[in-house]
Write a new protein. Structure first.
Length: 173
């Protein structure tokens, strides 16, 4: 059982003790051992560095995203799909001489985000879309027990993972 606390319950109220929810506390949780930690409730967006605005927007539009002009700038294009999933396309990337993804395709393994993972209703639909769009599946599909996944790359070699969640009674129990 996870208990929910607020920063003012631990630190009291005062300067610097605020939350983005507009109240005077930041949501904290405590595990069974009583250890306290910040409670992260969801992702807001994932930022992906890209090189060409039009090409990237076109690609992500085929995945159901649209430009949210109100929350975009010249170099950070916020895109959103009908389910509220948001990405920020950061338009300041430079192509490498090899045209590769420096985090994924080189023998040296540098720290950094390696991929975004999306939940979809059907891996079959992703595979069909990728085939029709002539986009290679770089890995998968693989059944991991609780999900079936496949991976592909966007035009800038950013890795995208797609997950169809499976119904697993033993996991849900």
């Amino acid at each position: 059982m996870v208990g929910v606390l607020f920063v003012q319950d631990i630190l009291g109220s005062g300067p610097g003790v605020q939350s983005s929810r507009g109240d005077s506390g930041v949501c904290l949780a405590a595990n069974r051992g009583g250890e306290r930690y910040l409670k992260i409730t969801a992702y807001d967006h994932v930022g992906l560095r890209v090189t060409e605005r039009a090409r990237s927007l076109n690609f992500y539009e085929t995945l159901g995203f649209r430009l949210d002009k109100e929350h975009s700038t010249q170099t950070a294009l916020e895109i959103v799909n009908e389910c509220g999933v948001r990405l920020n396309l950061i338009v300041n990337g430079q192509c490498t001489p090899q045209g590769d993804n420096v985090l994924m395709d080189r023998p040296e393994k540098w720290p950094g985000y390696t991929h975004a993972a999306f939940i979809v209703d059907s891996i079959s639909e992703i595979l069909t879309w990728a085939t029709m769009a002539d986009i290679p599946i770089t890995e998968g599909p693989v059944n991991w027990g609780r999900r079936v996944t496949c991976f592909l790359r966007d035009p800038d070699s950013n890795v995208l993972e797609f997950n169809e969640l499976l119904s697993c009674p033993e996991i849900l129990a």
